[in-house]
Structures are given as structure tokens and as C-alpha cells.
Design a protein around this ligand. Structure first.
Ligand code: UAG
Ligand code: ATP
Length: 511
């Protein structure tokens, strides 16, 4: 429940309130929503984003008695009108208040980074699940786990939910007995003030590379970096991958916010850093194959030693970057109070849907299904597979999404040029764009004749062609979609088999 005096105070404190017109008997609200289709009796309705006046009329007809907006609407006549200077910020504040500030009942670990957020969040939750006796929620790009029952697990639409949904889900998690939360915070979350007003217990910065720049996302790389760094300005303790690009900027943001004594840095032994800084934890690879890896973590500073995580760990995920992801989770969970012995047992059990999944074959190449969908992740993946694959060819099936992430097309072309032998260019969430045109744009950035380019726009056929042509020495990479079950075409989500399902089905037929 939320009442007008509390709303007024809160919005005034944050200098957001422009005018307030309280209609008689419209002073207490028992529901809150930004979607007219969800409005019920006595709802406080938020007019935000690509809002249309008809939505306010619909909300009022459904029983909404007040609205929050950046302007007055005649459609809201008879309702309490709360006019604010920034509706996204107001929504976050009102959401937290409506749901009774659930963040105060959770220890929150928040991840940002261009790559590795989901994987690292899964690692951290894997450890904390054991350490807290199953009281750790997870809000990831893949799913939102609000409790331990299957019906408390939901597929995610966004990496970071809209603020109202975020506070709603936090409240649910608390009601389900959770006292820890691991979540991903996208740069968009800061751009759109979805996490406005939140302070995280631990904020982790994994890396940054050009991505998410374009229409509907960030106008420039600087804006992208600025938004990502906001996590460090809103966390009590910061953990940074010392191997990130723009380390100086990132480190300074964290130091200015919490002081160097509350900043932890980690990196691979001998890694070249973008600026010289004392690293708290050093990672040494011990062994790796295509299924797993083992590594050693060593504290180099007194502050690092206090966390007591020195030791050898194993993970059931290939890719050297995953050792870094796992180390970030070790540091975060140690800061949350998890013991080393628990982490050691928990880490090898962590699986991440759609990340480095594998389908093996007797006669054809092993198929890797990975969500890699920009230059940094695809090149890291292909470089890793090249080291592990000796004489065989690397066959890569991919497309690039339409309407967003335009810079990925160039990134894919570049990564394919570096390590692929055969590129099967196909369809991946084309939206309102022509998938052939997208594929041709990727091909334009393949700058070497060493890469054979095959166009096959039906994704399933492209997968079939790549697997059928492969020998046992080859690897087949199905990139970009992970566990996606839908293809986004012209504003619709059309059911489509996952890459894993297609690989399994094709191999059952031809193996
Ligand atoms: C740019 C952006 O942040 N867009 C998000 C935003 O859209 P929006 O506020 O304009 O809402 P909208 O869906 O267009 O609808 C307008 C309003 O009318 C309402 N409505 C609509 C229909 C109706 O009948 N009645 C009604 O009241 C809607 O509920 C909404 O409040 O709010 C919506 C939820 O309310 C989000 O789904 C949508 O994300 C878009 C689809 C999206 O995909 N965003 C991407 C770029 C994103 O945020 N990605 C990041 C990851 C990328 C990264 O790492 O940076 C993420 O966190 O997921
Ligand atoms: N630390 C890392 N550095 C580079 N690439 C990585 C790293 N971690 C994971 N990847 C690659 O990026 C892909 C996506 O990983 P993950 O889903 O964990 O990242 P994410 O940050 O959640 O991505 P997104 O924001 O695109 O959803 C993986 O499938 C892997 O190929």
C-alpha cells in the first residue's frame, strides 16, 4: 500500500515532484503498474516510455485512481495526478516504497560487464546456494529464480527488469525465504534508471568492449562506459577484473566511490594490464580441456589474504575467461561470508544454460553451442577452440540480430576472419530487417579469402549443412543464441528449436 503523503515526501526529497493534484478519495493505492492491461481497482498507474494516452484511459476504466506522468493528461480527469520531472526515477522510488524496501532484507551482489555477467552470476549463486542453505535468489538474463520451487522460477525478458518488476521480484524472493540475491545490472538499467536509488552490497565490473551502441541503446561508447561505471558508484564494495579495457577509468570510479580499501582486483598471472595497479588476486591456469578447467587463485595483498580463498578450484566450463568469471564469484561470495571449502565443492557443479554446451558425435565434429554474440565473446571462444582443436576445421554458424547491436556485424566478421575456416551465415532474431542483408553485412567484414562463406538463411538448414560437412576432427560452433527458444521476426516471437535441440536431432539422423 502507498499513500499520497508518503509519495509526496519521497518525490520532494528527490526533487522530482512538479505538481500534485489529489482527487477526493483517491489517496491510498493498493496496486501499482506501468501497464494498463494489469491495472485493477485502486491502482497507481505510471505513464512511461512509449506511452499512449489510450493506455491511461484503459487503466482508469480498469479502476486506476491515480497516475504518475511527466505531463498532465485530460484522460486522467477525476484521478489523482502526480506530475514529475523524471518518470523513470519516480517509478523506481515509488516501486521500492510500494514493495516495502525489500533490498534492505537482501545481501545483493550485482554484476556488470559486456561479457560474462550471466556466467559469473551463476557461479556466485552456485556457491551461495550451498553457503546460505538455498537462500539465494538470482536475477539473470536467462531466468529469475525467486525461490527454490519450480513455480518460483521465471524466464527473463530483460537482463535487468524494469524497476517496478525488480522490487516486486525482490519482495517475492524475500517472502520465499531468500536473504541473498545475485543479479545482473545492464548498462541500460542505469540509462533507464531501473536501479535508481539502489545501493548494492557488492558491485562487480567484469569488462567492457564496444557493444550495445546504436538506436535504442547507447549513443556512444563513452555513454556505455559511463552507464556501466554507475554500478561502482552505487556499491559498498567493488570487485574489478584488472584485465578490463579502460581499467584506469573503471578503477578510479570505484576508488572515488568506496576508497581503495574496498576495491578488489583480480587477473590472470602475467596478464598485461591497461594501467599498472596492484592486483589482489592472481589466477593461474592449471589444466583445461574442452569440458572443464582447473586453476589456482592466490592472494597477493594483505586485504586479499583476509578473504581466505587461496587454493585450487575446478569448473565444468571450458574457456579461460570462465576462470576469471569463477574467480569473481569466489571473491564476491567470500565477501558475503561463504567459506572456501564450500566454494570448492560448489563451483564444479555449476552449469550455465546455453554457455559452452556441447553435443558430441561419433563420426562428425563436436558441436559447441554458445551464446557468444559480439566480437569480444566470439573471438575469445574461437581462439580457445583453435588452441584445443589440432588439425580440424572450425565451422561457425551464426547470424546477427536485426534492429539492434548493429556493431556486432563488424565484430562477427572480424572474429570469423581471425579464426574460422567456414562461416555459415544465417538468421538470428532479424526483427524488421532482411536477414540476407544482415548476413551480407557480416560477410563484408570478413577480410580474408581463407574463410569460406556459405549463406543459408534457414537456421536449421545451416546447422545441418555445418554438421553434415564436418569430420570428427572438426568443431562446429553454433553461436549467438544459447538456449533461445524463439526467433524474433517482424515484431513477433516465433517458436524455433534451440541450437542444442537442432544439433541433437540432426546428429540422431546422420550419426
Ligand atoms: C529502451 C528500453 O529500456 N525499453 C524498455 C522499456 O520500454 P518502454 O518504457 O518504452 O515501454 P514499451 O514496452 O514501449 O511500452 C510503453 C508503455 O506503455 C505501456 N502499455 C503498453 C501497451 C498497453 O496496452 N498498455 C500499456 O500501458 C507499457 O507497459 C509501457 O509502460 O520498458 C519495457 C518494459 O516496461 C522494456 O521491455 C523495454 O525494453 C526493450 C524492449 C529492450 O529490449 N531493451 C533492451 C535494449 C535492454 O534493455 N537490454 C538490456 C541488456 C543490454 C545491455 O547489456 O545493456 C537489458 O537490461 O535487458
Ligand atoms: N569474461 C569473459 N570475457 C569474454 N567473453 C566471455 C566472458 N565470459 C563469457 N564470455 C563469452 O560471452 C558469452 C556470453 O556470456 P554471458 O552470458 O555470461 O555474458 P553476459 O554478460 O551475460 O552477456 P549478455 O549481456 O550478452 O547477455 C559466453 O557464451 C562466452 O562465449
Amino acid at each position: 500500500m502507498l499513500a499520497v503523503p508518503e509519495i509526496k515526501n519521497l518525490l520532494e526529497e528527490h526533487q522530482l515532484l512538479q505538481s500534485l493534484l489529489v482527487a477526493p478519495e483517491r489517496e491510498h493505492f493498493t496496486a501499482i503498474t506501468y501497464d494498463s492491461r494489469k491495472a485493477v481497482e485502486n491502482t497507481l498507474f505510471i505513464c512511461k516510455g512509449n506511452f499512449r494516452k489510450e493506455y491511461l484511459s484503459a487503466a482508469k476504466a480498469a479502476g486506476a485512481t491515480a497516475y504518475v506522468a511527466e505531463q498532465y493528461y485530460p484522460e486522467g480527469e477525476g484521478m489523482t495526478a502526480i506530475i514529475v520531472s523524471d518518470v523513470q526515477k519516480a517509478m523506481a522510488l515509488l516501486g521500492a516504497a510500494f514493495y516495502g524496501y525489500p533490498q534492505n532484507e537482501l545481501f545483493i551482489i550485482a554484476y556488470t560487464g559486456t561479457k560474462g555477467k550471466t556466467t559469473s552470476a551463476y557461479f556466485a549463486r552456485g556457491i551461495l546456494e550451498q553457503a546460505t542453505g538455498d537462500r539465494t535468489a538470482l536475477f539473470s538474463t536467462i531466468d529469475r529464480i525467486l525461490g527454490n520451487k519450480p513455480e518460483q522460477r521465471f524466464k527473463s525478458d530483460l537482463t535487468t527488469p524494469e524497476s517496478l518488476d525488480l522490487f516486486h521480484d525482490m519482495r517475492q524472493a524475500v517472502a520465499n525465504g531468500m536473504d541473498h540475491l545475485v543479479m545482473e545490472v545492464s548498462s541500460q538499467a542505469y540509462k533507464k534508471d531501473r536501479v535508481y536509488g539502489l545501493t548494492f552490497d557488492i558491485g562487480l565490473f567484469l569488462n567492457i568492449s564496444p557493444d550495445h551502441i546504436g538506436r535504442n541503446e547507447h549513443p556512444t561508447f563513452e555513454d556505455y562506459l559511463f552507464c556501466k561505471e554507475q554500478l561502482l558508484l552505487n556499491s559498498r564494495t567493488c570487485v574489478i577484473n584488472a584485465e578490463t579495457d579502460h581499467l584506469l577509468d573503471v578503477y578510479q570510479a570505484a576508488k572515488a566511490s568506496v576508497g581503495s580499501e574496498n576495491v578488489y582486483l583480480y587477473g590472470r598471472k602475467g596478464a598485461k594490464l591497461a594501467f599498472p595497479v596492484e592486483v589482489d588476486f592472481e589466477i593461474t591456469n592449471d589444466f583445461e580441456d574442452l569440458k572443464q578447467s582447473g586453476f589456482e587463485v592466490k592472494a597477493l595483498t594483505e586485504k586479499g589474504k583476509v578473504l581466505d580463498i587461496d587454493g585450487r578450484y575446478e569448473i565444468a566450463l571450458a574457456g579461460d575467461y570462465n576462470e576469471g568469471n569463477a574467480t569473481s564469484a569466489l571473491i564476491a561470495s567470500a565477501l558475503a561470508g561463504a567459506r572456501k571449502a564450500v566454494a570448492k565443492k560448489a563451483l564444479p557443479l555449476v552449469k550455465v544454460p546455453g554457455r559452452m554446451e556441447m553435443v558430441t558425435s561419433k563420426t562428425h565434429g563436436t558441436v559447441y553451442i554458445d551464446y557468444a554474440h559480439n566480437y569480444a565473446s566470439l573471438s575469445a571462444l574461437l581462439r580457445f577452440l583453435r588452441q584445443q582443436t589440432h588439425a580440424g576445421k572450425i565451422r561457425v554458424v551464426l547470424g546477427s540480430t536485426g534492429d539492434k547491436g548493429i556493431s556486432r556485424r563488424e565484430g562477427f566478421g572480424k572474429a570469423l576472419s581471425e579464426e574460422a575456416d567456414i562461416a555459415y551465415l544465417t538468421t538470428d532474431d532479424p526483427g524488421f530487417e532482411d536477414p540476407l542483408k544482415i548476413a551480407q553485412e557480416i560477410a563484408r567484414h570478413i577480410d580474408t579469402p581463407k574463410v569460406e562463406v556459405i549463406y543459408e538463411l534457414e537456421r536449421k538448414e545451416a546447422v545441418r549443412k555445418a554438421i553434415s560437412a564436418s569430420t570428427a576432427a572438426d568443431v562446429v560452433v553454433l553461436a549467438g543464441r544459447g538456449e533461445d527458444k524463439y526467433m524474433k521476426i517482424k515484431g513477433q516471437e516465433i517458436a524455433y528449436p534451440t541450437d542444442v535441440e537442432m544439433a541433437q536431432e540432426i546428429l540422431e539422423e546422420i550419426d
